[in-house]
Design a protein around this ligand. Sequence first.
Ligand SMILES: Nc1ncnc2c1ncn2[C@@H]1O[C@H](COP(=O)(O)OP(=O)(O)OP(=O)(O)O)[C@@H](O)[C@H]1O
Length: 138
Amino acid sequence: MPAEETLILVKPDGVARGLTGEILRRIEAKGYRVTDLRMLSASRELLAEHYAEHEGKPFFEPLLEFMSSGPIVAVRAEGNRVIEGFRALAGTTDPTTAAPGTIRGDLGRDWGVAVQQNLVHGSDSTLSAERELALWFA
Ligand SMILES: Nc1ncnc2c1ncn2[C@@H]1O[C@H](COP(=O)(O)OP(=O)(O)OP(=O)(O)O)[C@@H](O)[C@H]1O
């Protein structure tokens, strides 16, 4: 059976704070394989498509603005149950309450801004992973 794949993003706050290496280290230390990697400034079109499920929510525009505020590192990673495994490594959405030991719990916090700047994104299902990998590694 081919290994499962996921899309991981180091969001602009993670890149700006110089945490890309630490985040990649945690992914690799867990035993997942990084099979592709790119740094890019995402277009509004790409971000709107990526976050289509949030369109209409109050944080949608601030989210797009935040995700456009600097470069993003997109990572293709593989391994058994990597989708679930990376989301466990990332921790819950709100970095203030994310468990210590997770990326968001150890490295993130609330900066008092409109969008939760929580360092990383990870696909949440095999369908999302397929859709998102096609978007970011077109
Ligand atoms: N209530 C909110 N207020 C502010 N920002 C939010 C809120 N909910 C979500 N966000 C932002 O939108 C992103 C996408 O929300 P989602 O609910 O998909 O969270 P997630 O699955 O934990 O994160 P991601 O999809 O980035 O891995 C969050 O990571 C966060 O940056």
